[in-house]
Design a protein around this ligand. Sequence first.
Ligand code: FAD
Ligand code: SF4
Length: 575
Amino acid sequence: MGRRPYGETRRTGPHRRESEPSESAVTVSVAGDGAFRRELDRRGSDPSERRWVYVPYDQLTDEIGPLSRLEPEDAGIVLVESAWKPAQRPYHKQKLALILANQRHFALEQAERGIAVRYHATRAPYLEALREEIRELGPLAVMELAERELRANLAHLAVDGLLDVEPHEGWITSPKDFEASQKPQPPWRMDAFYRHVRRRTGLLMDDGSPEGGKYSFDVENRRPWRGDPEAPETPDFPVDPVKAEVAEFVEARFASHPGSLTPAALPATHSDAETLWAWALRECLPWFGPFEDAMSLQARDLFHTRISFLVHVHRLLPRRVLADVAASDAPLASREGFVRQVLGWREFMRHVHVRTDGFRDLAGSDSVDDRATDAPAAPSALNATESLPPAFWGTTSGLHCLDVVVRSVLETGYSHHITRLMVLSNLATLLGVSPRELTDWFWVMYTDAFDWVVEPNVLGMGTFGAGDLMTTKPYVSGSAYINRMSDYCSGCAFDPRADCPITPFYWAFLERNEDRLQDNPRMRLPLASLRKRGEEQRRLDRRVTEWAAAELREGRPLQPADRPVASRSCPGARP
Ligand SMILES: Cc1cc2nc3c(=O)[nH]c(=O)nc-3n(C[C@H](O)[C@H](O)[C@H](O)COP(=O)(O)OP(=O)(O)OC[C@H]3O[C@@H](n4cnc5c(N)ncnc54)[C@H](O)[C@@H]3O)c2cc1C
Ligand code: SF4
């Protein structure tokens, strides 16, 4: 049989069109007639009447929601592989492969346990694919959609009663938790939310008090890493025919998308997810806390777990990872550090995204309409409008910290939290890059970026684009922080204590934003230090920043020899 074009659907089973052959209970329409389709056909199940559930790409679980309450012989699932999604933005190849490989493996796993599977591949938006399915199957059950973009696309189906939307059981906290811990209007704070949900869930609580006597061990968890203890290697995963086929498909169809694709780095089966999580618990968790903020050339992911993608698509359930961590015998500072990320930050981000309608309503009114506007939100409290320099797409910048982190993102679709915050966002913010443009870069480049999590992290936290909506101050620093927390400077042409341009970027940033930040209590000290800098020094800060921004804009690497220097009268002038 020849190759079936992407988007063509083959229907079998009870709702088959008269003219089509009945080959099995599964509906298959994927790019080509390869390994995935053959495997799905082989698992074909009884096509009798079933309750049909739509399983979006980020609800790949049978442990929660309507699917968990149906016997396999009574259940059918619809999965949609839509070329519309990658048409929205040029996602990293590894990200596309992770989504497709997980979705296809989930389909196979469900067919294996007797669930009828309709796998619909299309060039059209999800709405059209589901309309077609609904015409044959009737209304579909689904858990609430996490991504606003998908909610907006399917809003009419929900309003027309064609999608039977049930609460999303993957979240651990509810809007009530958010409201109980926050003022009705912003600013909103994660710490208050976290303390509230620790008390409400009883996680790491002892008789109503936090284990260890305090809610956060953040202050202890700020050690740089100098090679000891040894950092673990992230595991590889078997490359089966389904993953190989996905990889081939992505390489061929999305050749112009950024990033490399590594098939052995695709945790895509249920068993891969278990392998990664067992490794994370064993190898990462014990040291997760103390080295949470460290960065290194020697071990770029250090003790971070790399589970974010699998948690967001529900191959690993958040409540399960939290229970495992709470019950583990890792030190409390590590357990608490991890719990704060998943129960605190992850859930908080989602509430902020919903309450602000994806940052479109910064006043945070409590009723939103996903259909109101599809235009992306572009808040920029610091009036930052510069374009993202080509260095973020892989052109060498000469700033070693930036270059090594960008390289790792291009290679893997991942880097850990502090590299995102204190290298990528920090530099973009210091250079006055538009928060929206940076958000869109993160969205395409990171495998774990979905709108509800990437927008709050970049617009809200990384760039201060939304002002003090959810963070108390901009997360910016000069070279001293990067030098203290990493070994990046050892391989750099610049000297962090002498001519590194990031420190002048920092001072020039403060000067540019002095008026906007002067009422912020947490900026009082940095602004007081700025005021102690002489006019000559400030002029040099501006010149270095303008020079660097212009060079980077043109895609030219910065060289120490080209850096503007102080005139002889300026204290600290180079001889
Ligand atoms: C500028 C910027 C952009 C970011 N973009 C994203 C993004 O698109 N998607 C994303 O999942 N995270 C994002 N984060 C948060 C964080 O960096 C990642 O969740 C984390 O690095 C994922 O890697 P990991 O699984 O190894 O996490 P670990 O460090 O092992 O942490 C464990 C888990 O905690 C959760 N978590 C930790 N911090 C956050 C957070 N701030 N928000 C939400 N969940 C969190 C994740 O589920 C993560 O898997 C961003 C942070 C910054 C500063
Ligand atoms: S010297 Fe400056 S540019 Fe170079 S790695 Fe260190 S902080 Fe980055």
